[in-house]
Design a protein around this ligand. Sequence first.
Ligand code: GAL
Length: 664
Amino acid sequence: MYYGADYYPEHWPRERWERDAELMAEAGINLVRVAEFAWALMEPEPGRYDYAWLDEALDVLAQRGIQAVMCTPTAAPPAWLCQQYPDTLLVQRNGRRVEFGMRRQYCPTSARYRQLSRQITTAMAQRYARHSQVVAWQLDNEFGGHHARCYCPACAEAFQGWLERRYGTLDALNDAWGTAFWSHTYTAWDQIPLPTDAVGSSNPGLELDFYRFSSDQWISYAQEQIDNLQAHSSAPITTNLMGLGFGEIDYFAMGRQLDFVTWDNYPTFIQQDPAAIAASHVLMRGLRDQPFWVMEEQAGPSGWQAMSPAPQPGQLRLWSYQAMAHGADGIVYFRWRTCRTGIEQWWHGILDHHGEPGRRYQEIAAMGAEVRALGDRLLGALPPKAVAIVLAYDDRWAMRLQPNAAGFEYTPLWLTYYRAFHRLGVPVDVVPPDADLSPYALVVAPMLHVVSEAYAHSLSTYVQQGGHLIVGARSGVKDLHNRVVDRQLPGLLADLCGVVVAEYDALGAGNCVRLAIAKAGAGLGEDAVGHTWADILAPRGAETLATYLGTFYQGEPAITLNRVGIGTVTYVGVLPDQDLADGLARCAIERAGVAPLPETPEGVEVAARDQDGLRYLFLLNHTAEPKTVPLPEPGRDLLAGATIRNSLSLAPHGVAILEIPLGG
Ligand code: GAL
């Protein structure tokens, strides 16, 4: 298994490099990621390349058997480039150009930037394609970060071309966007504007298409780099994505163009909640339904101006094993040593600024020894497939553009459903709306807002074949052009759900509505609460599981269940609070016959990966107290090297990986 560090030899004097390599090797580090921000060093002036320093750094690392992920440096174009070619700079929605001085200041559409990045990428590919240490390539760094969309003239023109290819004729586009509204009818492609209006009053069809176009621009820009690299190198290609926290690029589409997925995990900086971190891991695994790597795993207190709290003893190891529990086959820490200069002075690496090993180094080194002892047995193993949660970038974008009610956000809603399964110890896969659903006994669509005939058909086939489906509020509202459908909601899903929305109430952020659980809904919990949104339902064949209390629609259905053959569809007309989501998940797994993993005490996460007749059961204590986990069957603890029966003791932030024969 690769266990690595993001290494910037260019930030340190040459005479330090041997010591770095020595300390890395002692910590079990067998891989570095290099060069992703080193364009100015590798091409100090146009067309003059200098790789001597990088070659030398690789040589030093080679003496310790350390391999490398080589990066294309295009996330940080040099000053000379930006000065010479201002047309490569990204323009923000307010019309202002991003000037040189940070990073990621380029426009992915710019033909000139594409040409310049082709040159550097090709030069690097020629140089390092056959380098014995280079095991993979990373494209750029965090595509879409800082600035996800560009509003420059080149993007305006490319958007018009993209629309022409998508719609064929202006009549089709005018119809799809309903441009009769406010006299927006287009009679020439070059009349179509970018959505730059500060009032935010662009057409929803145009806005959603612009989000799609912008996502496509990153994907086509990445594809050019992939093509350049593949012309010279057969090493696998990845890029570092940003988990669930970043929603600007259709990661399912980007995942398809990569050989493997990697992402950047900063538990205390971005997400404190272990379930939210797990959700990102699971999404990243779901992009290719394959194991992934963490390319930047938090190694210390993090922040640019102010830092997050220090990881407590054991937490760095815990977070790394959590990643492995959900399918990580490689862990690379950000960064090797904390930089003395630049805006990331407080973004701590494994070593502090002074470079002497400290507590975090010792913890990572101890884990390095464990990782070596584990060997490659976990590589390729995947969790059992029983439950899928649908995540749709179109829905994230449509809801961002028009949240429907104050405080109605896609990701927190999605996470509430995810967290319910996480708490129950039920492994889930994250899938796009057009996925093959047949491997799953239960599918959850927290909100399928933008629905095509094809999605509706696939869900209906799934349920008719015995699948169990949960559909959340505000589903079936829009068609693919972001038009509201011309039928009763949930639109194309109404027949399948056996219910229509008679009326709805945009409650808004923080406003709750109480529900009475009907007999048929027993198990959903008592005192059920919804918030932010309420669909007032009229069953058309479905039975009522819960009704509203204490509002003008008191007594009307809020949650329904439709039986379709041996399959079922639950329609949830509110945004559930966590207790209600937990109840929905509990009832659904029972109905679908999905067995959870062994129950764990509060704060202990359980996850599993299976391979070759063996289950690797991960138990992860996210609390600062010791915990005892009852075990229904014995297993060999791979980290402790002992067989554990009846119950397992976990130290604060402790971890166990039990190997258990499957079906034994
Ligand atoms: C990541 C990024 C790294 C570094 C790190 C700390 O998102 O990929 O290059 O900037 O954050 O800020």
